[in-house]
Design a protein around this ligand. Structure first.
Ligand code: FAD
Length: 373
């Protein structure tokens, strides 16, 4: 039996879209199998750093909803606002953003096709879908999110460290919407191991709360409480929760002809919950590994380009979430720290450097932004 493509990519999120784009660039034909019809809703706040978009040679401007100019941080009744350098943080609507990347990839997309089984043979891989399709290719990329079917079928699903995020979309009316134009908000102190947020979109706000440990309990009530304090009514709005597969070094990311990327490979930042950039970078690395026939090197590349730094993020997360009040006062309020955090998400500095700079940040405590009334 012949092949339908060089590579089957299961999942059409940023991991799958990025893998397909770079495969096609390298002359490998990809077919994407996506469970939902596009554009599909994805539980996500949709904050994307400029560095993720710069991986691609085309512009994302058509699907950018807002460009961030300021970030407000809240702890209890105390709040500060910090400037965000131009082009370092963007807000997108994931349904539209993901569908755009898939179109740019040039790959064939099979929408509404849920991958159910995966079989690896001597010279290729077969994926069967719920509708009865059987697709064959030389390689398979599992980009199907935290509960990856590909990982389970391939015997690559191990126990993973999962956080959880809950999101809702709310139109609070023109006045409040306007007050968040170009500005996001992050709130500390509402949870032991997490934070809540307001990420603005063109015509609504993405409100949410997430923690870096398992368990949905109290997420909704804490979010409702926090939003009431900010004058935003959320009662009656539906919300969705979704796992955050945090980075852990031991996870299997390659087996035979199968590679995992993005959430399927457990690449979420254990401090911030950021995952879009790592999904895109791992998609690119997977495409390179397949193009060079270096499948066995892929896990090492992921550790080098993504994992090494996220291990430092998990150390920082332990410190940060256990001492939120002190961290708000002495780190978050410091202009220097916030600029460094944006350097980290934009890949011009690592978490390791950030941790080693903590004594310096404390020394420069005069750079703390003034509290707002
Ligand atoms: C509440 C919340 C807020 C977040 N906010 C941010 C943020 O602001 N910034 C950020 O960087 N990250 C954020 N994240 C994390 C981010 O959403 C993920 O890390 C990112 O979506 C991972 O991309 P992915 O392509 O690996 O997986 P996904 O985006 O989950 O895509 C997987 C795709 O696979 C499809 N699929 C699943 N199973 C199958 C199957 N069996 N067959 C076919 N298709 C299948 C799904 O329909 C989906 O389209 C947030 C997460 C949550 C939960």
């Amino acid at each position: 039996m012949g092949f339908d493509a060089d590579v089957i990519v299961v999942g059409g999120g940023p991991g799958g879209g990025s893998a397909a784009y770079f495969l096609e660039q390298k002359g490998l034909r990809a077919v994407i199998v996506e469970r939902d019809r596009l554009p599909r809703y994805k539980t996500c706040a949709g904050g994307v750093p400029g560095s993720a978009l710069q991986l691609f040679p085309f512009s994302f401007s058509r699907v950018i909803e807002q460009r961030m100019e300021q970030g407000t941080f809240v702890y209890g009744g105390r709040r500060v606002t910090q400037p965000v350098p131009q082009d370092s943080l963007f807000m997108v609507q994931r349904g539209v953003f993901d569908a755009f990347l898939l179109r740019q990839s040039g790959a064939e997309v099979l929408e509404g096709e849920k991958a159910e089984t995966v079989e690896e043979g001597r010279d290729g891989v077969t994926v069967s879908t719920r509708s009865g399709k059987r697709l064959r290719a030389r390689y398979l990329i599992g980009a199907d999110g935290p509960q990856s079917r590909v990982a389970r079928c391939a015997g690559m699903a191990q126990t993973r460290d999962m956080g959880v995020g809950l999101e809702m979309e709310v139109d609070p009316g023109p006045e409040i919407l306007d007050s968040y134009r170009g500005r996001f908000l992050v709130g500390l102190g509402a949870l032991d191991n997490g934070y809540y947020w307001i990420f603005p979109k063109a015509d609504h706000l993405s409100l949410g709360i997430g923690r870096i440990v398992k368990g949905k309990s109290q997420l909704l009530s804490r979010l409702q409480q926090a939003m009431a304090g900010l004058g935003i009514e959320v009662q009656g709005h539906s919300s969705r929760a979704h796992p955050l597969p945090l980075y852990a070094p031991q996870i299997l990311r390659q087996k035979g002809r199968i590679l995992l990327v993005g959430d399927a490979a457990g690449l979420v930042d254990p401090l911030t919950g950021e995952g879009i950039r790592h999904a895109m970078v791992s998609g690119k690395l997977a495409a390179e590994a397949l193009a060079q026939g270096e499948l066995a090197s892929y896990p090492q590349w992921v550790r080098h380009h993504i994992g090494k730094d996220l291990l430092w993020a998990s150390r920082l997360a332990r410190l940060f979430y256990s001492r939120q009040r002190e961290c708000f006062e002495w780190l978050v309020r410091n202009r220097y720290v916030f600029q460094d955090m944006l350097r980290i998400v934009n890949c011009s500095m690592g978490y390791r450097t950030g941790l080693f700079k903590i004594p310096l940040y404390l020394l420069y405590c005069g750079l703390r932004a003034p509290l707002e009334e």
